[in-house]
Design a protein around this ligand. Structure first.
Ligand SMILES: Cc1cc2nc3c(=O)[nH]c(=O)nc-3n(C[C@H](O)[C@H](O)[C@H](O)COP(=O)(O)OP(=O)(O)OC[C@H]3O[C@@H](n4cnc5c(N)ncnc54)[C@H](O)[C@@H]3O)c2cc1C
Length: 431
């Protein structure tokens, strides 16, 4: 792994912008498939995040140290790391201009820049986060404080929100709520009386019918109140009041104020500004990089590919989705370099392990048709202890040691262990 600072003008066969989950997986898989390929990764951060571990770390289910590593440790051997950030894209000229003013030209570009969290789109939130019971597990800096606020909660109203925009891991806003509710229920025996409300800007709890039915049952079992079409637009920390814009069909939007004692906020999200204002974006549609949903190739610039949160791929934004996208992108990118047709297709596979308690997970895997699929050969709509063990014990190790190394992409099925997994799945099914 080579590293350098200011370069002026450099050319690389493959330039990957973003060294997060998608960027590192693509680089690793490319170099495994074609050792010696000239691959550079443009990434400003010195730390690589395992964001899927944030909810686990926030609940004491994963040591916090296992949610991040130095970026240098995850750059695959043979790739060049350029520690800088993209300031603008010039796809007609096949080049990216960095924040330091350097010019990076390429034969093929991969955009893997993730998305940006727009905390300031909720009035009063940036100043209030971390005070007056206002917390969020969507900020690494607030993970520890969020869980200590939940554990130390003295009762009252606990509000959990889900915004109107696409978000990373659509189930995460509920995961933190179900874990928190376990804590609240444990303390109710000593007199702590809690009302839990889930306010979502969406029309249902989960976009996939089969999983929606499951989480509706979970919320009802717990006595959680759900408010649909409620979009958080303002917090008034001193009064501990959250203001929601409420939409109902055939009516003008109205405002509703809900007092809280604890408020867990998931902020609105969008494509990074530098992408949204570039020629790579789809105008007026969230600013995502406009790619073909089957091949991951840009619809207007044939030498550009994208995957992950920044892409327009019409599936939920998750690490699991990237595991499905990366091998397709890599195969098509290599075909493009070789002047061959792009034959590999992505089926929209994604997953969001929904943690429904301290001992159960619904694996929630699905495809472009919003149909449940299962990598584990058991009914993925059921709450299972076996999937809880997979999510909390297996996945973190697999991420650092297999996925990031480009090793877990040949198949999403754990074929050699299928009988064992099936047996565990049945044995540890929730009653
Ligand atoms: C709380 C939480 C829980 C989650 N739980 C799950 C889960 O259970 N299962 C699951 O599958 N997924 C989960 N996810 C989602 C998953 O983490 C993301 O979908 C995944 O990390 C997206 O990968 P990415 O490569 O698209 O973006 P990222 O991993 O965010 O990487 C983007 C990279 O681009 C870099 N970058 C940004 N701007 C620039 C620039 N201008 N120039 C160069 N580089 C730039 C960033 O520094 C970053 O390293 C969760 C996410 C969160 C926040």
């Amino acid at each position: 792994m080579a590293e350098y600072g200011s370069v002026g003008h450099r050319h690389h066969h493959v330039l990957i912008v973003g060294g997060g989950t998608g960027g590192i997986i693509v680089a690793s898989q490319l170099l495994r498939a074609r050792p010696g390929l000239d691959v550079a990764i443009l990434e400003p951060s010195g730390v690589h995040e395992y964001q899927s571990g944030w909810i686990l770390a926030g609940a004491g289910l994963l040591p916090y140290e296992q949610t991040h590593q130095m970026e240098a440790a995850v750059i695959p051997a043979g790739a060049v790391w350029i520690q800088d950030s993209a300031a603008s894209f010039e796809p007609e000229a096949q080049r990216v201009i960095t924040a330091s003013g350097d010019i990076l030209s390429y034969d093929v570009l991969v955009v893997a820049m993730g998305l940006q969290l727009n905390w300031s789109q909720i009035k009063g939130l940036p100043e209030a986060l971390g005070s007056h019971g206002i917390v969020s597990n969507y900020s690494r800096a607030h993970i520890a404080a969020t869980w200590s606020a939940i554990r130390g909660f003295q009762g009252g109203t606990a509000l959990f929100t889900h915004p109107a925009t696409p978000i990373k891991c659509g189930g995460a806003p509920q995961k933190v709520m179900y874990l928190a509710d376990d804590i609240f229920q444990a303390t109710s025996g000593v007199g702590v009386n809690t009302r839990v409300i889930f306010c979502t800007a969406l029309t249902q709890l989960y976009p996939v019918k089969a999983y929606n039915a499951t989480v509706e049952r979970v919320a009802a079992r717990r006595g959680i109140e759900t408010r649909l079409l409620h979009n958080l637009i303002e917090v008034r920390p001193e009064e501990q009041v959250a203001v929601f814009e409420v939409r109902a069909e055939g009516r003008e939007p109205s405002l509703e104020e809900i007092p809280f004692d604890l408020l867990h906020v998931v902020p609105p999200m969008a494509a990074p500004d530098v992408v949204a204002r570039s020629p790579l974006a789809i105008e007026g549609q969230g600013g995502w990089v406009e790619v073909n949903k089957l091949t991951c190739q840009h619809k207007r610039f044939a030498d550009v590919f994208a995957l992950g949160d920044v892409s327009s791929l019409p599936t939920s934004k998750s690490l699991a989705a990237i595991r499905g996208q990366a091998p397709v992108l890599v195969a098509n990118l290599l075909a493009k370099l070789d002047g061959q047709p792009l034959l590999s297709h992505y089926d929209g596979y994604t997953a969001c392990p929904l943690i429904t308690s301290f001992h159960s997970v619904v694996m929630a895997e699905f495809d472009y048709n919003l149909q449940p699929v299962s990598s584990f050969l058991v009914d993925p709509t059921k709450e299972r202890w076996s999937m809880f063990l997979v999510e909390t014990r297996v996945f973190p190790w697999v991420y650092w040691h297999r996925v990031l190394k480009g090793r877990l992409h040949e198949s999403r099925f754990i074929k050699p262990f299928a009988p064992l997994v099936r047996a565990l799945g049945l044995a540890f099914k929730q009653p």
